[in-house]
Ligand binder design. Structure first.
Ligand SMILES: [Zn+2]
Length: 78
C-alpha cells in the first residue's frame, strides 16, 4: 500500500468526537453573557478573546440579548 503515503489526506485535521463534544459544550455554555452582534447572516460574539459565532436561519435576525445574555432571535416577516 504505497499509495497511502503519497496521497495527501486531510486526516491530520480530524477532530475526535470527544473534542467535538467538549467544543460544543463550551460553545453552548458560552451562549450566555456575551456581546452578540450581527454580521450579515452571522451572529458573532464581540466580547471574547476568541471568535465564536453561529449562523442565523434564513429570515431571522438578531433582535438583542436577554437578561441572561442569551441572543434573542426573531423572525422577519415580509
Ligand atoms: Zn463570547
Amino acid at each position: 500500500m504505497q499509495n497511502q503515503e503519497n496521497e495527501p489526506t486531510p486526516e491530520s485535521i480530524e477532530i475526535s468526537d470527544e473534542q467535538m463534544q467538549s467544543m460544543w459544550a463550551e460553545a453552548k455554555a458560552s451562549m450566555s453573557a456575551h456581546s452578540w452582534i450581527q454580521r450579515g447572516t452571522e451572529v458573532v460574539c464581540d466580547s471574547c478573546p476568541f471568535k465564536h459565532s453561529f449562523y442565523l436561519e434564513p429570515g431571522s435576525i438578531l433582535k438583542g440579548v436577554d437578561e441572561k445574555g442569551l441572543p434573542i432571535i426573531d423572525k422577519i416577516s415580509y
